[in-house]
Design a protein around this ligand. Structure first.
Ligand code: ADP
Length: 472
């Protein structure tokens, strides 16, 4: 019932937005190499197109694998549409692999790319197109890590030797010190369309309108989903271009789709009042998705998380093999001053992105969002008369979800299960699954920062990397 109600609301709210140019989701000329593309290295059977053009008409489902492959190569069956033509996704993947080998002239090139034992139904039309297999990435666990009084084994997918071993060392120090405390200070995904106004005066009028009609905009925005809840609208102008940054709660979803749909609906309120204003694009890069930007670093995007811990000096010595003073000195010289000299935006850390990316891959997050999600400032101070170490990381743009995207795929869902945060937040829970995931990842970043900084401060970095990375 609830789901139907939402669907009805969504279609009612889908008021037309006038775009400057039509936004086709897919370029119809797929960039698949075809016989018509002279740049392609042509394999032998590729050149036999005229022969296959004369094949008798048969239903694709009746053709042998070889004939299907030939027709794909000859362009008679569209490369991206094999699944629909033969209604067998696994077989379609096999045909496409053969077609790729034929089209590129690289025989057996897919032999080492696995394709069996995979649920293609789960990804078709949702997660990946033109599928030819899957790339396995080893998954290890760092931990146990004590976060807000609960122990976690944190899944990380990586091919960087020493990363998980090092992070686990950090987890040990943090857990022995009583564990990490976490806070989420903001939880809002953003989308910022770009509008073209006739001139700067109209742009200002639109900005006034947005301020004075917030409730109407909010109603249209929130009407698109049970979970999208508008929190904030901020305008930024550049000449007659106007960028309106909508920020909203998105429940347990990372929220890009949800925020996009809601923003489109809310924009209609503005374009109805200002027919002379055109929407150039639903995303005008002030959002900012998957690109470095100061706005994300300052305003936040997704979950804004801070975590900290005070580590007794004896644990710094026994587990991290360094001293409080050495760590603090290095943190200042490297993560603060060094990053300032480099002109960094959000890069005031040693390697947050290592942990973020590995956790994202293991738990079905969008790995491209590691750009902003890895924004992090690591701080270290000597406390208790210089005896102990106070350490924190603050990450304003952790973009994670526990529903939607790759989180529903069985292996990734299993890793969310390992953390106890898969899917929708259970009724009565004191924090959402998605916020909990952000807290866990930020805490793991803290462990990674501590350990790498310790290795650097004691000169152990190269020796441990060589030991764990160059065993062969
Ligand atoms: P994203 O916006 O992260 O790309 P989607 O919007 O595609 O993800 O996926 C979220 C979908 O899951 C929406 O259709 C939403 O209605 C549904 N959903 C169900 N439960 C929840 C929840 N607890 N939080 C967020 N979305 C939920």
């Amino acid at each position: 019932m609830a789901i139907r109600a939402e669907t009805q609301l969504m279609s009612a709210a889908r008021a037309p937005v006038r775009y400057m140019s039509s936004l086709s989701r897919f370029d119809k000329s797929h960039s698949v190499h075809t016989a018509a593309n002279p740049k392609v290295d042509v394999a032998e059977d590729w050149q036999t197109k005229p022969k296959f053009a004369k094949l008798p008409p048969m239903k694709p489902t009746e053709l042998s694998d070889q004939d299907l492959t030939r027709r794909v190569v000859a362009g008679q069956i569209k490369f991206f549409n094999i699944e629909n033509e033969i209604e067998d996704k696994f077989r379609a993947v096999k045909i496409r692999r053969a077609a790729v080998e034929s089209m590129t002239g690289r025989k057996n090139v897919t032999a080492n790319l696995p394709f069996e034992h995979y649920d293609y139904n789960a990804i078709f039309g949702q997660c990946c197109e033109n599928v030819i297999g899957h790339v396995p990435i080893p998954v290890g666990v760092a931990g146990p890590l004590l976060v807000d009084g609960q122990e976690y084994m944190v899944p990380m997918a990586t091919t960087e030797g020493a990363l998980i071993a090092s992070t686990t060392r950090g987890c040990k120090a943090l857990s022995m010190a009583g564990g990490v405390s976490t806070v989420v200070t903001r939880d809002a995904m953003s989308r910022a369309p770009v509008l073209e106004c006739p001139n700067v005066k109209v742009s200002l009028a639109v900005q006034e309108f947005v301020k004075n009609n917030y409730s109407a905009i909010e109603a249209r925005f929130n009407g698109t989903s049970r979970f999208a809840r508008l929190q904030d609208v901020k305008c930024h102008m550049a000449g007659r271009n106007l960028y309106i940054r909508f920020s909203c709660a998105t429940g347990d979803a990372m929220g890009m789709n949800m925020a996009g749909k809601a923003t489109e609906a809310a924009l209609a309120v503005i374009t109805e009042a200002f027919p002379e204003v055109a929407v150039v694009a639903l995303s005008g890069n002030v959002c900012t998705d998957k690109k470095p930007s100061a706005i994300n670093w300052i305003e936040g995007r997704g979950k804004s998380v801070s975590v900290d811990c005070t580590i007794p000096g004896d644990i710094v010595k026994s587990v991290l093999k360094t001293t409080v003073a050495a760590l603090c000195k290095l943190n200042q010289a490297k993560n603060l001053v060094g990053s300032a000299v480099a002109g960094s935006v959000g890069g005031f850390n040693a390697h947050a992105s290592n942990i973020v990316t590995a956790c994202f891959l293991a738990t079905g997050q969008d790995p491209a969002q590691n750009v902003e999600s890895s924004n992090c400032i690591t701080l270290m101070e000597a406390v208790n008369d210089g005896q102990d170490l106070y350490v924190s990381v603050t990450m304003p743009c952790m973009e994670v979800g526990t529903v939607g995207g790759g989180t529903a795929l069985a292996p990734q869902a299993a890793m969310l299960d390992l953390l106890g945060v898969r899917g929708v937040t259970p009724a009565g829970a004191d924090q959402s699954n998605s916020a909990k995931l952000a807290r866990i990842i930020a805490s793991t970043v803290l462990a990674g920062e501590l350990s790498l900084m310790s290795a650097l401060s004691s000169g152990h970095l190269i020796s441990s990397h060589l030991k764990l990375n160059r065993k062969k």
